[in-house]
Design a protein around this ligand. Structure first.
Ligand code: 475
Length: 798
């Protein structure tokens, strides 16, 4: 094969061609890494034409576009996703294996792009895939962090963090766009010229664009995820270099690059840091300029903007996009302030992901005004006008020396949405009650969803094959078709096949855990999985307390007919969140003691897998029997892991929180293990004096479990190690671990009992699959398109 005859159709040839001409590698000397890159290039080639066709169709239709602004896109690995969506799996696998390579090994060689912390970032990634699947003309805008979320390891049970380095290897999916650079100002002062405000920034940075194509199901449509990197306007100071100051010569570049250097690892907590605000402004401002550039290339009248542009703020992190748009329209384009405000408000929408007070962003006006002096003036003006129009308004964006980003996002948005029915309801009665009273139509609900391509077809090929064999493959693009499985759930033969899928997935997982972690699991045991960020409200400590109590009871009553269980944990704690880090260490300490107990080890094992990420989720979810969704009611906005488990045939043990409520309604209360206080009861319970101490005193199991921690049973020689946790559990216990313990215990014993009847359990698991179709992110995105953005699909017009 010569360089000019690049193969169009034969996949094997395409891989060889790229290996030779793109990577310059002789096939005889190629490593796994080279083959993976060559395969990625061959796959990428199949995306590009469709991507360009989609872009052309959008221009042709002069269609309204969606701009999804998110500080995080937790995309994980892309090779398999792209192969699945292009329906190249068989062809690609055959080609790869013909070179004597292991297919899974090639796919797993790709680094996991962890450009997000958790649910919010993963939701953005699922949304990008669904937007493409639905042919909705859309761009994602975010930051191209050089280092994504830290790597986690354990040392004596403690979380250790090390930098993540996904860009160390060539990232095949990106296209650099040097032409789409913007110079952005920071700091400085506001001058007045001819009666107009003019921002005179103190310094400037440049944003550089990298585009990643996102291909939808069956490759029918592709959109762009554009990630910004920081660059200096003048990267190199020759005068300083010539003067011999070599480090200083590159200082501007180093500073500018700092902006996109690392992802902040805080999740559901707020840290007022100047660099974070700089990141937020940097990517919001670059995106707004890009949006206006695209609009103005085709339209002369800025008043048409709301007909052509819908901007979605993924939480408040990009909230400054609103004032930035307004500033450009008013200060730079000369529109009257009120008109600029009306246009901005008609374009922008805001999604809220959390009601936790500690996660609601606010900035000191000193810092804010220092970095964005003109924006502060604009915010003051909007807020003051608003206060005049609504004198009874209490929750303002300004006041107490702060800029409150939730309030700011609300007043600058056309629509504000919550992410589950319960959460949206609570938004109306708690954090945004005041605003809701004044603008009763603004808040709408859009319950989250997950993409079935990655979270069933890609990660669980066995189950996907069984489903397709049973009801055809229409479910992949229309997940509600899973309902057609229901009649088969009554068929004992089909249920056996379903059970065999889960058993094979569990065997796979056990094999990998044995190889990579040296732990042997009993594949007959119930695999009980809790994977998510570590947070007090998510209550991993409730789970481990129950494990301690169970172990104690097993030791006391060894001959009872215990259901064998493996409790699997995964998740990272924010590096500065010490309570969460204590929980991690406690789980590891408890695991060490329990796993070493010969009397119980056939019945109870505990495993904390390090470095939880998207790839690990893809391994664990298909093999799970039980999904732990045990947050304090009222605190988990939605959850999306909960949907992935149900869709993969793992029933939930959970509280009436977030989307659990909707999952339970859909799969049926008899196929869901409910426990715990409701959101309302939880509020009331908190007001009861000594509620935690009372709960501990009233429950001998809980008391004994807490006592074991307190006495150092899991921290020999250092009984104080968990003093904080013990004190919290028996004292303030804001998250009501003690109050919910007894009911959690009861529900877990129901799980044991149900799992012992394997046929019944399988039926329950299968019904979870058959009834989870509504949780597709395609359904969610359709909701946004209709209720929030007012945009149409362009499928069929490309
Ligand atoms: C909710 N992350 C889930 C999910 O809607 C919900 C906060 C601050 C800074 C960085 N990241 C964050 C979140 O707040 C977050 O991930 N929220 C989650 O959003 C999607 O399903 O209940 O906790």
């Amino acid at each position: 094969m010569a360089r000019d005859d690049m193969p169009q159709s034969d996949f094997r040839d395409a891989i060889l061609w790229h290996l030779t001409y793109t990577l310059g590698k002789d096939p005889d000397h190629a490593q796994l890494f080279d083959w993976r890159l060559a395969l990625s290039h061959a796959v990428r080639d199949r995306i590009v034409d469709r991507w360009m066709a989609s872009t052309r169709a959008t221009y042709r239709a002069d269609a309204k576009r969606v701009y999804y602004l998110s500080m995080e896109f937790l995309i994980g690995r892309l090779l398999q996703d792209n192969i699945v969506n292009l329906q190249l799996a068989d062809e690609a696998q055959e080609a790869v294996e013909s070179f004597g390579l292991d297919w899974r090994g090639v796919l797993l060689d790709e680094p996991d792009a962890a450009l997000g912390n958790g649910g919010l970032g993963r939701l953005a990634a699922c949304f990008m895939e669904s937007l493409a699947t639905l042919g909705c003309p859309a761009y994602g805008y975010g930051i191209r962090y050089e280092h994504g979320l830290f790597r986690q390891s354990f040392a004596e049970g403690r979380q250790m963090e090390s930098p993540e380095d996904w860009l160390e290897q060539p990232f095949v999916w990106q296209f650099e766009r040097p032409e789409a650079r913007f110079v952005l100002g920071l700091g400085g002062r506001v001058a007045t010229r001819d009666g107009r405000a003019v921002w005179e920034p103190e310094s400037f940075v440049q944003s550089e664009a990298y585009d990643i194509p996102v291909i939808g199901w069956r490759g029918a449509w592709a959109n762009t995820l554009r990630l910004w990197a920081g660059r200096a306007v003048d990267p190199f100071d020759l005068a300083r270099f010539n003067a011999g100051d070599f480090a200083a010569a590159a200082e501007a570049e180093a500073l500018a690059r700092t902006i996109s250097r690392v992802l902040y690892p805080e999740d559901s907590t707020e840290k007022g840091k100047r660099l974070r605000l700089t990141q937020e402004y940097f990517f919001s401002a670059a995106s707004i300029r890009d949006i206006l550039r695209r609009f103005e290339a085709e339209h002369a009248d800025l008043r048409l903007l709301p007909q052509k542009v819908a901007i979605q703020l993924n939480d408040t992190h990009p909230a400054i996009a609103g004032p930035e748009l307004l500033r450009i329209l008013h200060d730079e384009r000369g529109l009257p302030f009120d008109e600029a405000l009306a246009i901005t408000r008609a374009c922008v929408n805001y999604t809220n992901h959390t009601l936790l007070p500690e996660a609601l962003e606010s900035w000191g006006e000193g810092l804010f005004g220092d970095l964005l002096p003109r924006h502060l003036q604009i915010i003051d003006r909007i807020d003051a006008e608003d206060a005049r129009a609504h004198p009874d308004r209490r929750n303002t964006a300004r006041g107490d020396g702060k800029v409150r980003m939730g309030e700011l996002s609300f007043i600058l948005s056309n629509r504000v949405n919550g992410v589950s029915a319960l959460h949206t309801g609570l938004m109306k009665t708690t954090v945004f009650a005041d605003q809701h009273r004044i603008w009763p139509d603004r808040i709408v609900n859009q319950t989250n969803g997950v993409t079935p391509r990655r979270w069933l077809l890609g990660c669980n090929p066995r189950l996907a094959r069984l489903i397709t064999r049973t009801i055809g493959d229409g479910w992949v693009g229309d997940l509600e078709q899973l309902q057609a499985l229901e009649p088969h759930v009554a068929d004992a033969g089909w249920l056996e096949e379903f059970a065999a899928v889960k058993a094979a997935n569990k065997a796979d997982l056990s094999g990998w855990i044995a190889r990579d972690h040296g732990v042997m699991l009993d594949p007959q045991a119930l695999f009980d999985v809790q994977i998510k960020r570590i947070h007090e409200y998510k209550r991993q400590h409730l789970n481990i307390l129950e494990a301690i109590a169970l172990w104690q009871e097993m030791r006391e009553n060894p001959s009872a007919d215990w259901t064998a269980r493996v409790k699997i944990f995964g998740g990272k704690a924010a590096p500065g969140y010490f309570f969460a880090k204590d929980i991690i260490r406690l789980i590891n300490d408890v695991a060490a003691v329990i796993n070493a107990d010969a009397a119980t080890k056939e019945k109870l094992q505990i495993l904390y897998l390090p470095n939880y990420n998207v790839t690990l989720a893809e391994r664990l979810i298909p093999a799970a029997d039980l999904s732990e969704q045990i947050s304090t009611a009222g605190k988990e906005a939605s959850g999306t892991g909960n949907m992935k488990f149900a869709l993969n045939g793992a029933p939930t043990i959970g509280t009436l929180d977030g989307a659990n409520v909707e999952i339970r309604e859909l799969v049926g209360p008899e196929n869901f293990f409910l426990f715990g206080l409701t959101a309302e009861e939880a509020e009331a319970r908190r007001a009861v004096p000594d509620h935690a101490a009372c709960a501990v005193a009233a429950d001998p199991r809980l008391k004994r479990a807490v006592e074991a921690i307190r006495s150092g049973a899991f921290s020999p020689g250092e009984p104080d190690r968990y003093a904080n946790i013990v004190e919290n559990l028996t004292g303030a216990d804001y998250f009501l671990v003690a109050s919910d313990f007894a009911d959690y215990w009861r529900a877990q014993r129901e799980v044991d009992f149900a799992y012992a009847n394997r046929a019944e359990w399988t039926r329950m698991a299968a019904l979870n699959v058959a009834r989870s179709g509504w949780f597709s992110s395609d359904r969610t995105i359709r909701g946004y398109m209709q209720d929030i953005w007012n945009v149409k699909s362009l499928l069929g017009q490309e």
